[in-house]
Write a protein that binds this ligand. Structure first.
Ligand SMILES: Cc1cc2nc3c(=O)[nH]c(=O)nc-3n(C[C@H](O)[C@H](O)[C@H](O)COP(=O)(O)OP(=O)(O)OC[C@H]3O[C@@H](n4cnc5c(N)ncnc54)[C@H](O)[C@@H]3O)c2cc1C
Length: 477
């Protein structure tokens, strides 16, 4: 996966950039345009830290009008723009190129309106995912809950169609978004959707969700807020094999019982998370499921009884139902800090593919084989209920050639996901990471059609242009 590295800029390129910086500074509010090396360095990478490249400027606007002025200038002067929220993308979605400016929405973090009667909140794009639930709490919440929710922005969530543990029941971003304010590359400000379900006309909102910063810059979002259930309770189930745990997940889903979350960890993941969070996970099992149900006390009891009954045919060696709020919080802390916990012990790449649930056990065996043949350890932590895998392949970033080998290994896993009827990406987006794997999933005609759509929104390909589509075959777009 070669990164597009630009040649060292010559004197005329540097002069041209100075002119752009001068013009942008005239158009922007004081402090918006940052070109000092210290400021730019903070934006040279995102959570795909193996790749880095400094942009030639960073723009930190405070209003939609400012975003509009800046984009209109960039369009006329053909300046590439990388929209950015909190920079937690695991697929390199917010990675700059050296000839681009980063447009970061982090200063636009106001909550604009909360309407409990109509169950929505309107926020600026830089608001963090978690803070939406905090401001509408304690009786309401915003459902999609990426593990990065403390930091990631709603704008980034929309661009990546982010999910999380509880999306099994509540859906991902696209099911919880009602409308956006979007600034197009020519500076036009458009409202798409609204504050209620199903706006008239084409479903352009569906187009914007998951568009990875390539069609426009989201400056405001209207999201659905939900009333919290009366109660919630996680239970832990440990198994002697990943296959048994996988088969148990399939049985639960096939039965029609719908827990709010079913999360999976294999033995290496359990150990790392337990060492970090002291969540009380059993250490003598090969695979662990965290299953959460919600409702009244009676509903919780009924669902747990059904799930425990269904699990018996898969012979869990441990079944433990949370007995207190503190225990439940510890169970979730362990799961939600999993990526950070693995990061304490090793460099890793986090793959993100989906598979049909019926192929879960087979896929886990294939992942283990691919990684062991390449000599890498793998820890599997994922949203099992909706077949969204996250194998974390451990490697040493300081050993020359390991990154390429580990990426090859990840690509083999994603090929398998596609081959069994799944998808290249579940919730982390394509970014730069999976750009060159897109032909595994799409024909060249499919890709041409998607690129034509981008061209409609962004005729000069200035918005996040190096992402999503393979570099080969772009000319015809
Ligand atoms: C520890 C960890 C755990 C994670 N867990 C999950 C998880 O459980 N589920 C999940 O889905 N993801 C997860 N992620 C991935 C990441 O947090 C999400 O992709 C998130 O939505 C990115 O938001 P951000 O604000 O950081 O966006 P950024 O990383 O800044 O940008 C991501 C993409 O969005 C675009 N973008 C950002 N803001 C805007 C905007 N306002 N308008 C238009 N485009 C924009 C960027 O151009 C880029 O393409 C995790 C990441 C980490 C590091």
């Amino acid at each position: 996966m070669p990164l597009i590295l630009q040649p060292e800029p010559n004197a005329s390129v540097l002069r041209h950039r100075d002119m752009i910086l001068h013009d942008l500074t005239q158009l922007a509010e004081p402090g918006t345009v940052q070109s000092q090396i210290e400021a730019r360095r903070a934006f040279e990478t995102d959570a795909l830290t193996a790749y880095r490249c400094m942009p030639f400027a960073v723009l930190l606007p405070r209003t939609t009008e400012e975003v509009s002025r800046l984009l209109a200038y960039c369009n006329v002067n053909e300046v590439k723009v990388i929209p950015r929220g909190a920079g937690t993308s695991l697929s390199g979605g917010a990675l700059p190129t050296e000839d681009a400016v980063v447009l970061c929405l982090s200063r636009m973090s106001r909550v604009l309106d909360i309407d409990f009667d109509n169950r929505f909140a309107r926020v600026e794009a830089g608001v963090t995912n978690q803070s939406i639930s905090e401001v509408v709490g304690p009786d309401y919440f915003y459902a999609p809950d990426p593990s990065s929710q403390l930091a990631c922005s709603i704008g980034g969530n929309i661009a990546m169609n982010s999910g999380g543990a509880h999306c099994l029941r509540y859906g991902v971003t696209t099911q919880n978004l009602l409308g956006v304010k979007l600034v197009l590359i020519n500076g036009d400000v458009v409202e798409i959707g609204g504050s209620h379900l199903d706006s008239p006309g084409y479903d352009l909102l569906g187009l914007i969700v998951g568009s990875e910063g390539q069609l426009g810059v989201v400056t405001e979002a209207t999201v659905r807020i939900l009333r919290k259930a009366e109660g919630a309770r996680p239970l832990l189930m440990g198994f002697n094999s990943s296959e048994a745990a996988g088969a148990c997940v399939s049985s639960i889903i096939a039965s029609g019982v719908m827990p709010v979350a079913i999360e999976f960890m294999d033995r290496p993941a359990i150990k790392v998370c337990e060492d970090f969070a002291h969540a009380g996970y059993p250490l003598d099992v090969e695979a662990l499921l965290i299953i959460e149900v919600e409702g009244s006390e009676k509903e919780i009891e009924n669902q747990i009884n059904l799930i425990v009954g269904l699990s018996l045919q898969h012979e869990p060696t441990v079944t433990r139902i949370s007995k207190s709020e503190a225990e439940s919080a510890a169970i979730w802390k362990g799961r939600k800090s999993a990526f950070g916990a693995v990061g304490r012990i090793s460099d890793y790449v986090c793959m993100d593919g989906t598979i049909p649930l019926s192929t879960l056990s087979e896929t886990l065996t294939v992942i283990a084989r691919i990684c062991s043949e390449a000599g890498f350890q793998v820890a599997n932590i994922f949203h099992a209920g909706d077949g969204n895998l996250h194998p974390l392949i451990l490697y040493n970033a300081n050993t020359p050639g390991e990154l390429e080998r580990v990426e090859h290994c990840g690509a083999e896993i994603l090929k398998h996901c596609v081959a069994v009827g799944g998808c290249l990406t579940g919730e982390h987006g394509v970014g730069i990471e999976k750009r060159d794997l897109m032909p595994l999933q799409f024909t060249s005609i499919d890709l041409q059609q998607q690129m034509q759509l981008k061209t409609v929104f962004d005729p000069h390909w200035l918005l996040n242009p190096s992402k999503v589509f393979p570099l080969d075959g772009r000319k015809a777009a």
